[in-house]
Design a binder for this molecule. Sequence first.
Ligand SMILES: Cc1ncc(COP(=O)(O)O)c(C=O)c1O
Length: 406
Amino acid sequence: MSDIWESIRNDFPILNRRFNGNRLIYLDNAATTQIPEYVLDGLMEFYKNSNANVHRGVYALSEEATDRYEKARETVRSFIGANRPEEILFVRGSTEGLNLIASSLGKYLFNGKKGGIITTIMEHHSNIVPWQFLQESGAELIFADIHDDGTLDYSFLDMIDENTKIVTVTGTSNVLGVIPDIKKIARKVHDAGAYLVVDGAQLVPHKEVNVNDLECDFLVFSGHKMVAPTGIGVVWGKYDLLEKIPPYMGGGDMIKEVHKYNATWNDLPQKFEAGTTNIAGAIALEKAIQYLKKIGMNKIEEREHTLTKMGMEIFDRMKNVTLYGPHENRASLFSFNIGRAHAHDVASIFDSLGIAIRAGHHCAQPLMERYNVTAMARASLYFYNSEEDVAMIEKGIEKVKQVFRT
Ligand SMILES: Cc1ncc(COP(=O)(O)O)c(C=O)c1O
């Protein structure tokens, strides 16, 4: 490992932990990433010095907390190239973000009227279930398929017509590592007068994203998948659209006036931030973005590319191992099965070597059905993983093969 990546790795105290005498090899980054000292210190510093509720107090401490919270919003705006800070909504994570969009955009578009929502078979449950809720309001849910190698089958673009209201697609599959061509989809969606939602949970942490270049209407992502703590995430939406759609949750801060039987809504972004939000989480997300930007998103992408290539070489060598997803243009994660071994057994054997990987349906049961399996094991990388970490995937597979004689 070169000095720079070695020193970056040292920023993450948890990576020094040992389990059963083994160094922790953390390969579950698609589930949640680890947090560097810079972000942990920033979070603590906010609580020590500036903690107060925002937008409410007239006293200096609350004003300071508000200024810092709004500065964090501005940092997120610039990170994803959004036009206005009011387009950035702080939520708990991608799941809450997708529920917000499905609920508010759904009320705006459907309300008894019929229409189609197109999603894909490779989506995370959080980009399927919130849309299923809209079936009661007149929405018809349609699934775009994939090819056997996991790449998106773009023939679904021909199904987009004036009946289509929403297309919602992952920016990167958390199982297959597939990175769909969002721009290609966006043009077709907009020609039909529909809206495009992008689940950026596995996209934004790994490469530079500019929402104007993506040409989508909404984007969501989660802080805990990009070196920030859990409980903070972002919805980005186009200003005019956020103005038009109704609020998601009711409560304090999202209103202008409340009377006994009705209320009026606050301006953006408060209209969508009911109650006390995760203020310290927003500050920590700002610190995480500063940390990632200091390394450089392009450098992060390059680093992951190098590690992914190394991982692919391992899977290419392995017999009796099924790797799901495409060979080329894949994100830094590997979902696989080994012979007839159950994925949970695979993960347990990896754990015995100190390697933390995930096993199960990865919140993508329709995709598991598509491949006719109930579970897969998944090793997912981030920039702080070392070449030695990636090499351990081979050790893990070999041990499983020994145990299962496969
Ligand atoms: C592609 C994708 N979308 C959505 C989510 C949900 O993210 P969160 O649990 O942070 O809400 C995940 C989490 O794994 C994901 O991988």
